[in-house]
Write a protein that binds this ligand. Sequence first.
Ligand SMILES: Cc1ncc(COP(=O)(O)O)c(C=O)c1O
Length: 399
Amino acid sequence: MEPSSNNNLLAQDKNWIAPLYGKPDIDLVEGKGSYLFDVNGKKYLDFVSGIAVNALGQCHPAIVKAMQDQIGKFSHLSNLYPNYPQINLAKKMLELTKFDKAFFCNSGTEANEGAIKLARKYFSRKGETDRVQIVTFVNSFHGRTFGALAATGQPSLREGFGSMPGDFVHIPWNDVDALKQIVNEKTCAIMLEPLAAEGGVMTLSDAMAKTINALRTEFGCLVIADEIQTGIGRLGTFLGIDFYGIHADLVTFAKAIGAGLPLGAVLMRQPIADQLRAGDHGTTFGGNPVACAGGLALVNIVSEPTFLESVQARSLELKKGLNALIAKYSFLGTIRGEGLLLGVTTEKPVAEIIAAARTEGLLVHRAGANVMRLLPPLNISREEAQEALMILDHALAKM
Ligand SMILES: Cc1ncc(COP(=O)(O)O)c(C=O)c1O
């Protein structure tokens, strides 16, 4: 039995919160670094990181300071006025990625909506008004609002919501021939996650990356990279597209970029920005100054070369340890993923593994139908990585 809070938290959640998530009976009250603590003082090593949001764990001093400093000045101005928190984060992100202009919003789905709209507007302003087709992938995940949901390659998530925006096609992941057949001079954009995380931690093949680049050159279509989960160091490179060598025109961010507060971003190349006019798109809350200040503190740390080297080192250590667990437990299959976005396929129900790990003091999550997903903070120590493997071993032994 998991520790239950005195005031029956889960029962209250069921009473007051819409039933859109299956939640465990756990009352988390505090976080520090890679650990979360429940109301009874039980410690959990957090390999979920708020679904890849808390890239430097909880309460990182540089982030706390940056946010506190900013909230003492102003917490919101709207996008009617220029402000330095946005400009400073945009400048840093653009310097690091070699893109040209930034648009800030609030979330991943909103970043993807923005990118889709900007891609279509770009061609329409150039007079190519029928260039609207967006090619995405089966099992991809791009968000829950209508445009992003239309892009998402999981029909079950669209069920019951009526008609979707048109001109989205989904082709099988890594199917080079299917992509070559579908992309033509009417294609507005190929949209992809460099590593399809929610769909089951599926890595991109080298052939597919090369084909995307070649079709972009041949047909002049845009490439939209959804870096909402892979971006900002998660794969051991600052961008996931750097890991796979993909040339993109628009890149979307959320999750890690807000350092724990809601923030999304679209980075674009200059020719796209050149086609935009005031009023084409917008948001009231997007680019919140406190989130941008925290985001800059985070990006400054993550973009250090030694930091990204440590992400790669932890990844190798975890992969080695996971391979040892796979050798020990026959119901485990194979490792998936790169950097600190890792998965292990399993024949036993993932929900049971997640629950067993939680009982032992490790939080992990799922991806797709049968993949246990590990998303630790990017700054976990070698000792914490080893501790996670040990806890996982204990949990698996009891199954
Ligand atoms: C790759 C990807 N795109 C988009 C989204 C949607 O982001 P949000 O939940 O912030 O709208 C997610 C969320 O998991 C994601 O992983």
